[in-house]
Design a protein around this ligand. Structure first.
Ligand code: ADP
Length: 613
């Protein structure tokens, strides 16, 4: 018999499990049954191509040995090899154990399922656990045993049939007044019946109690195989909560039952909240794949694109050939067609929500907007049609979301472009000098405050053939003919001054000119073609992006009194140089751009303060 130590993390976890005061200790049963069901799925799948391990009665049997205080759960699934016992029951399989322990301390039992450490929950109710198992891959059987503290043992054992028996030696009941707790209830038939109904009703293998192998405790028919009229919204919600360990109802449940050339059933769910690891590498998107009710794959990534990766659920298709390997399956054209159909349906459900339940849609959008936006960006426009109607932005006029269509419907006839402005926040954008002309003319502007926004719009290019236009670019122009003529005359008049300023700032900007857009502010920076000011900011934070720079143009307000000051300095080159640099730096600051050389700016400010200028 070999004695082994648990990996450190597992040890900590076990300790917490065993000592925490769970109100819902009962979930251990759900976890163990779900493990058994997975093990049956795996054997069932492998048996399709390997006669020798076939079994005709896949089942889970719960036995209550009252005298011995043992609750036993048996399955004839895939079983464990010795190595698997060590790897799967001796350490936490998945990453994220820190978040897990935090969740556990908050008494959040849903977290147990989400993190794939369900087996350990057995120690919430047991003082000792034994796993007697025989794998499809091994002639020998093994017994794993532990009291959930520090060590476990593994030894050879006697077991004739392939599968796993888990023995839970239930803890003694606690009788003290303030700490009363019964573990004996898990030896009562009716309690077990209730728990199976509550948590494991849709497990697709029969779950029997004691010797009653006639009447399974669970309903078994997979929910999605029932006729549409028999599936109630409440069933879908319950199914979702059980399967995905969410304490909240999903934001939307979708049941698809497609017949004809392409045949499949699908249950799809949009969770209210993205899982804890949604934005990290450890998150695996995908839908579960079944073929005629037989489980094939846990996270099939081809069934759902990255732009909808928040969707959870499963697909059961009768069209997939089961003889092909899982790898080949991934390229199956059939899957592509299913995926297209599913995505169309998700889009139409979301549009329906947008049109009929605006508030709910906005909740959805707040939670997942970056996913949709990255979807547009990373698909290089291929998903434009699918996604563009789902996008919304807040605008300068009101702190409310508008879809692109709503923006177009509201914009005045003469406005030929969709205006947008980028910045760190709503307030930062509203304070931009470039907003002055927009306010004066009464236009509305989409506010781009997510980093991905401008990159995404670059890919989107237009909406209903109306191009997007940044109000922070050099060629943004809303002047009428008269205003243009005035600006030209004024520029001609001050040609020399503008030339001098351009010479002074030639390392920093590509042009200095009078502005078409300023009212109150003396200056602003705009960008020429290519990379915008905001993109420059974002790219600076990306490692290895190189030193990408926006083409910057300094615009000066010809009506501002500072312009007159500059005019008066025409012959004092030194002073003009400092003023030009000051204005340039201030224009950068209001854009939220970090100064490359703050000292140069400070020197000029000091000079000004000590009246040396
Ligand atoms: P999870 O099931 O989420 O991966 P668990 O801690 O519940 O995490 O189980 C760890 C692993 O042990 C499982 O992934 C599975 O490989 C294996 N396992 C658990 N229960 C059984 C069982 N009844 N039969 C075969 N393998 C099992």
């Amino acid at each position: 018999m070999k004695k082994r130590k648990f990996k450190t993390e597992s040890e900590k976890l076990l300790h917490l499990m065993a000592h925490s005061i769970y109100t819902q200790k009962e979930i251990f049963l759900r976890e163990l049954i779900s493990n058994s069901s997975d093990a049956l799925d795996k054997r069932h799948f492998l048996a399709l191509t390997d006669e020798s391990i076939r079994e005709d009665n896949y089942q889970i049997v719960i036995s209550l040995l009252k005298e011995e205080r043992i609750l036993k759960i048996s399955d004839n699934g895939i079983g464990f090899t010795e190595e698997e016992l060590i790897n799967n029951l001796g350490m936490i399989a998945k990453s994220g154990s820190k978040e897990f322990l935090e969740g556990l301390e908050k008494n959040d039992t849903n977290i147990i399922g989400q993190f794939g450490v369900g087996f350990y929950s057995a120690f919430m109710v047991s003082e000792k656990v034994e796993v007697v198992t025989k794998s499809i891959k091994s002639e020998k059987a093994y017994k794993w045993a532990s009291n959930g503290v520090e060590t476990y043992t593994i030894q050879e054992a006697e077991k004739a049939e392939i599968g796993t028996d888990i023995f839970l030696y239930l803890k003694e009941d606690l009788k003290e007044e303030e700490n009363k707790e019964s573990f004996s209830i898990f030896l009562e038939d009716h309690e077990i019946k209730n728990l199976v109904k509550k948590y494991s009703n849709y497990i697709s293998y029969p779950i029997y109690l004691n010797d009653n192998l006639e009447e399974p405790l669970n309903e078994m028919t997979p929910l999605w195989k029932r006729s549409k009229k028999d599936i109630k919204e409440a069933d879908l919600k319950e199914f979702y909560k059980q399967k995905y360990y969410d304490s909240e109802d999903p934001l939307r449940s979708i049941h698809m039952s497609i017949e004809g050339l392409l045949e499949f059933d699908a249950l799809l769910f949009i969770p209210k909240k993205a899982p804890y690891n949604f934005y990290s590498e450890s998150f695996e998107k995908g839908l579960e794949l079944y073929s005629k009710g037989v489980f094939i794959q846990a996270n099939n990534k081809d069934l759902i694109g990255d732009h909808f990766k928040f969707v959870r659920g499963l697909v059961d298709s009768s069209d997939l050939s089961l003889n092909i390997s899982r790898e080949l399956l991934q390229q199956d054209r059939q899957l592509k067609r299913i995926s297209t159909t599913i995505e169309k349906r998700i889009k139409s459900e979301l549009l329906k929500m947008l049109n009929n339940e605006r508030e709910l849609y906005e909740t959805f959008y707040e939670e997942y907007k970056t996913v949709l936006k990255y979807g547009v960006y990373t698909s290089f426009g291929l998903k434009k049609e699918l996604l563009e109607d789902l996008l919304m932005f807040k605008t300068s006029k009101e702190d409310k979301y508008l879809t692109l269509k709503e923006y177009l419907d509201k914009k005045p006839e003469e406005q030929k472009e969709i205006y947008y402005a980028t910045g760190n926040s709503r307030a930062a954008i509203l304070n931009l000098p470039q907003m002055e002309i927009i306010k004066a003319k009464g236009y509305d502007v989409l506010l781009f405050t997510d980093e991905v926004d401008e990159f995404m719009i670059g890919i989107l290019n237009n909406y209903q053939d109306i191009p997007f236009k940044s109000i922070q670019t050099a060629d943004f122009d809303v002047l009428d003919e008269k205003e243009k003529a005035e600006l030209e005359t004024l520029s001609e008049e001050h040609k020399d001054l503008l030339e001098s300023l351009k010479e002074i700032l030639k390392e920093k900007v590509s042009d200095v000119r009078l502005s078409k857009r300023l009212k109150e502010a003396p200056v602003c920076i705009v960008s020429g073609e290519g990379v915008s000011l905001e993109m420059e900011k974002v790219l600076k934070q990306v490692p290895n992006a190189g030193n990408v720079k926006a083409d910057k143009i300094l615009e000066i307000n010809g009506d501002h009194k500072l312009f007159k000051v500059l005019n008066n300095l025409k012959d004092d080159q030194d002073a003009l140089k400092s003023y030009a640099n000051l204005l340039y730096h201030q224009a950068l600051l209001i854009e939220g751009i970090k100064l490359e050389n703050p000292q140069e700016y400070l020197d000029d400010v000091f000079k000004l303060m000590t009246k040396e200028l």
